[in-house]
Design a protein around this ligand. Structure first.
Ligand SMILES: *Cc1c(COP(=O)(O)O)cnc(C)c1O
Length: 232
């Protein structure tokens, strides 16, 4: 965990304001109100104290990519926030994920959907992650297989599919990938579906292409120290 010197709260507030300003400008460029795009602050590898500062500064949505890491942090921070699971989910963590997260962004296979609905009692809100770049090391259903997964999920009343999520491949123009996710949502989804796309390096492009949620870590909390997380 990185340490958290005392000048950090102020810097965090500045970065948060900057990110919000850039988000708002991108929303306006895409013909939407700034409120139409939600910021999910990605806190993987971020110390609990910094997360608490972010909550005090007005952050309402936190993204973690591991169930275990969220468990540790949820015990340490307070405030009314929504937790988002943005990383790959193993079936043996499905129960805990349902309990701990308000929205799971990374549903990408039917067996996992079946496992999720075995737990909890209310409807389970999920996004389906799509591997738009066709990258074998990343999670996400292939675009060609999305329709079938959506159809199967529709047969399961306890699953509430609320939209799609993707991670654009690094080192390429992300726009065509974001545009593709938006087209897939139009083809296979419903009005009001969310699009979770865009990270520190590309959230403005994502908003211009229709993102309703961006997942931003580094631009808020600074570079992560050497960390064993795989970015997916
Ligand atoms: C780490 C991560 C992010 C945030 O990445 P930054 O480049 O630090 O903004 C967003 N989405 C997912 C799925 C991640 O794993």
């Amino acid at each position: 965990m990185p340490n958290f010197p005392s000048e950090e709260p102020e810097r965090l507030r500045q970065r948060l304001q900057e990110v919000r300003d850039r988000m708002a400008a991108a929303a306006l460029r895409s013909g939407r109100a700034p409120e139409a795009v939600r910021l999910v602050a990605v806190t993987k590898g971020v110390a609990a104290q910094a997360i608490q500062e972010a909550i005090l500064a007005g952050v309402s949505d936190l993204g973690e990519n591991r169930v275990q890491e969220a468990r540790a942090k949820q015990a340490l921070v307070s405030g009314s926030v929504r937790w988002h699971l943005i990383g790959r989910l193993q079936r043996n963590k499905a129960r805990e994920a349902v309990e701990r997260f308000h929205l799971i962004h990374s549903l990408d296979r039917w067996p996992l959907a079946q496992e999720l609905v075995r737990h909890g009692d209310g409807p389970i809100p999920v996004l389906i992650q799509v591997n738009v770049g066709g990258e074998p090391e990343k999670g996400g259903v292939a675009p060609e297989a999305l329709a079938e997964l959506v159809d199967r999920c529709r047969t399961q009343p306890r699953l509430r599919v609320q939209g799609l999520m993707t991670i654009a491949p690094r080192g390429q123009d992300p726009r065509p990938h974001f545009a593709r996710l938006r087209r897939l949502a139009r083809e296979h989804g419903e009005a009001g579906w969310e699009l979770s796309m865009g990270m520190s390096a590309d959230f403005e492009a994502a908003i211009e292409e229709g993102a309703t949620m961006v997942r931003v870590g580094t631009a808020l909390f600074g570079p992560r120290t050497a960390h064993k997380h795989v970015e997916e």
